[in-house]
Design a protein around this ligand. Structure first.
Ligand SMILES: [Zn+2]
Ligand SMILES: [Zn+2]
Length: 179
């Protein structure tokens, strides 16, 4: 069979000259997935991801604890430097991500970034729990505006730091996914 006569394995009506570089199956442009190692069919990419999903069960609690402690410590430090903390927060998130990757020995998992981000959110809790309580009290105490304003401000700063740290943590971890 000549190359020109190839048709996509999933779409027999489509001629193609592209083959999956792993299983050699002819694939059309729509069925091809560009991976760091070349074009592959969707089936091979799925199989590859299963192989790369190497995380052990205890990697998750470990990542959660590291992220929670890391985020809690980072917010504590960032609060001291105020506004400039917003520029440092993404760096802190990246550093926590590297720490998690090191702790799980670079084992990969598609769920790990999300689980780690949730752990990071737990690290934010100690900072927002008191202001939240103050917010509720100010509402219960006949809507004390001064108390309400104070609670909102003290809620805003750790939340903004936390959002920056956790999002950069999440995306850094996501970056290790193949294809
Ligand atoms: Zn294939
Ligand atoms: Zn196709």
């Amino acid at each position: 069979m000549s190359e020109a006569a190839l048709t996509c394995a999933n779409h027999p009506d489509r001629e193609t000259s592209l083959r999956c570089n792993r299983c050699e199956k002819p694939i059309c442009a729509q069925c091809a997935v560009l991976t760091p190692v070349g074009y592959r069919c969707k089936e091979c990419v799925r199989g590859q991801q299963a192989v790369f999903d190497t995380a052990r069960p205890y990697d998750y609690p470990m990542a959660v604890v590291i992220a929670a402690v890391g985020v809690a410590l980072s917010i504590g430090v960032l609060r001291l430097i105020g506004f400039w903390g917003f520029f440092v927060a993404p760096v802190a998130g990246g550093a926590i991500a590297e720490l998690v990757r090191w702790a799980v020995r670079r084992r990969r998992s598609r769920r790990l970034p999300l689980v780690t981000a949730l752990g990071g959110a737990a690290g934010l809790l100690p900072y927002v729990a008191m202001p939240l309580l103050g917010l509720l009290l100010s509402l219960a105490g006949g809507f004390d505006l001064r108390l309400l304003g104070g609670a909102l401000v003290s809620l805003l700063w750790p939340s903004a730091y936390g959002a920056l740290i956790i999002s950069s943590l999440y995306y850094r971890l996501r970056g290790i996914r193949v294809a």
